[in-house]
Unconditional design. Structure first.
Length: 349
């Protein structure tokens, strides 16, 4: 129904406007009592789907990537579509509007999206108020810095977000890989990234003693797909040295290779996600898994539009996977199909 009736209508409208409209509709339907129906349609429960990763028990390995529910407005309702975990954000200390509109573009011929949102969000403290309500799903908190914060002060922004979210999320993601905040990707360099992660690890220990009986929250790093092999080796070294809990591979790409869509669209600035990212994100996952000897967990994201795409990521070395653009193009049924395929694959093995 989604692909053949709803999507053709929605794709005639502005992408960002449709995103907000979809949020309102899901919220309304949930309040009208449709949540149990959605759960019956889309949630798959099976012991073979459960995963224990970085100390957390996931009911299934398919999550929703950051950027969809930036302000933690719909995490419980979105869990009704079968996700095993929801990642909110990217959140920054202060509210910011993000980049000027128009900033979200569908590349239908490529099953892709270009976005240059620029960490638009209402600020971490606004999100915290909504996160205080009971969660029906594991929540990841994706954190970043404000656009106007210089890189030399970036650690302060990440610490503010970390402290504010600590009691309300199950794990953290350090986002230094978005291409839409000027200078942010410079924080992926070895020295600043090591310093940032070490400070967050220290804060984790300190806050955990005060608020969580000494139990720390997992910290993951989200990386760009545009890193060289040498830079990926640095990421492995940093991950092992700082003892972070995992890596998310990958964020959106600034590359524009072999696209079929109109040149006007493909030349839009921003991060490209969707099918064109599928191969590269899998390559990065496999590289990290093999070169590190699987010394840390990996969440695979990028170009997952089918069960086969998800299995490819898992077989390459990912422990969990996340959707974003595939969810937009394929609809909520994709989550169920992936989970069914994982069960089938486990039966064969």
């Amino acid at each position: 129904m989604y692909k053949y009736i709803l999507r053709p209508i929605l794709f005639q409208l502005d992408a960002e406007w449709v995103h907000h409209l979809s949020f309102r509709l899901i919220k309304i339907l949930s309040k009208l009592g449709f949540s149990p129906l959605f759960r019956r349609l889309y949630v798959v429960r099976d012991a073979r789907l459960e995963r224990e990763v970085f100390g957390l028990r996931f009911p299934n390995p398919v999550g929703l990537a950051a950027g969809f529910d930036k302000d933690a407005r719909l995490f419980n309702e979105l869990s009704d579509f079968g996700f095993g975990f929801i990642e909110i954000g990217t959140l920054t200390p202060k509210s910011q509007m993000g980049n000027p509109k128009k900033r979200l573009f569908r590349l239908r011929a490529d099953q892709a999206i270009i976005n240059r949102m620029g960490f638009n969000n209402q600020g971490v403290f606004d999100a915290v108020e909504r996160l205080k309500k009971k969660h029906r799903v594991l929540i990841g908190g994706n954190i970043g810095k404000n656009k106007l914060t210089p890189n030399e002060d970036a650690i302060k922004d990440y610490l503010i977000c970390f402290d504010a979210l600590f009691e309300y999320v199950d794990y953290f993601v350090v986002n230094v890989s978005s291409p839409n905040t000027p200078g942010l990707r410079e924080l992926q360099d070895k020295a600043p990234l090591s310093a940032l992660l070490m400070e967050l690890k220290k804060e984790n220990t300190k806050v955990a003693k005060r608020l969580n009986g000494g139990k720390e929250k997992p910290i993951l790093l989200k990386i760009a797909p545009d890193l060289t092999d040498e830079q990926l080796m640095d990421i492995i070294e940093i991950a092992n040295n700082t003892k972070i809990d995992g890596v998310i591979a990958t964020n959106t790409t600034v590359e524009r290779r072999d696209l079929k869509s109109d040149l006007v669209q493909t030349e839009e600035k921003g991060g490209l996600s969707g099918k064109p990212l599928q191969q590269r994100s899998t390559e990065v996952i496999r590289f990290l898994a093999e070169k590190s000897g699987k010394s840390f967990p990996i969440i695979g994201v990028g170009g997952i539009h089918s069960p086969e795409d998800a299995l490819e990521k898992l077989n390459a070395g990912a422990d969990l996977v996340q959707l974003w653009t595939g969810f937009v193009y394929e609809g909520p049924g994709l989550v169920k199909r992936i989970n069914k395929a994982i069960i089938q694959e486990s039966t064969r093995s």
